[in-house]
Ligand binder design. Sequence first.
Ligand code: ATP
Length: 244
Amino acid sequence: TPPTGTLRIDRLQVTYSRAVQALRGVSLEVRAGEITAVLGSNGAGKSTLLRALSGTLALHRGVVDSGGVTLDGAPLTGDPARAVAAGMVQVPEGRRVFADLTVEENLRAGGLALGGRARRAAQERVFELLPVLAERRRQAAGLMSGGEQQMLALGRALMAGPKVLLLDEPSLGLAPMMVERIAGIVQRINAAGTTVLLVEQNAAVALRISHRASVLENGLVRLTGSAEELAGNDEVRRLYLGAG
Ligand code: ATP
């Protein structure tokens, strides 16, 4: 079966309560089966874009003024439960695992919509992809390292069997070796058939593992292209890859 999870974002405009226009007409396409990265510095609008997709804008007093989003052609309404039901699951920045629950209980929380048998099957798939979670299944999540908690957050999101994973800064605050491990895991998740939208400030890692990328600046898409094109772009090299 061909991959699913084509996300089309069409001229999206988002404003916050104090009349801050955070997205000023953003269009981008996340192709099914690919990893698409969105790069941008602080305040560019990356979190706002993810909130608009996952339907959590209202929690931040944000509204979509115009434009829209479709997943495999079907419009998404900006309702969090519907986004998940449609197959789009977000891994929030800062992991946000349940610290006092065990690894297994956290995973169960990601598969609440499933019946017992389907949930056990989903958990086995997650354990295959992330064996460290199987080893730690009875450990309290709060006692794991930041990188392990990021793995758990990924595993929990995978429990729902998403078509599209939205990743918010998965490398944030992690040691370089752990950043590499997480990057490898994201690639494996994608290779296993999940479409990924990756929002990252670490442009070097993001461009290395993604197929395509866009640069967001000031609420607008400045550049879009293949990851190779962007990695070779002078401006991207200077502003986001720290080249002289
Ligand atoms: P960061 O990496 O720092 O999170 P970002 O690229 O994710 O940056 P956003 O957080 O989406 O950027 O912010 C885009 C713009 O919207 C900024 O000008 C920011 O100050 C503003 N903004 C974000 N959240 C709110 C909010 N809840 N209310 C008002 N303005 C907001």
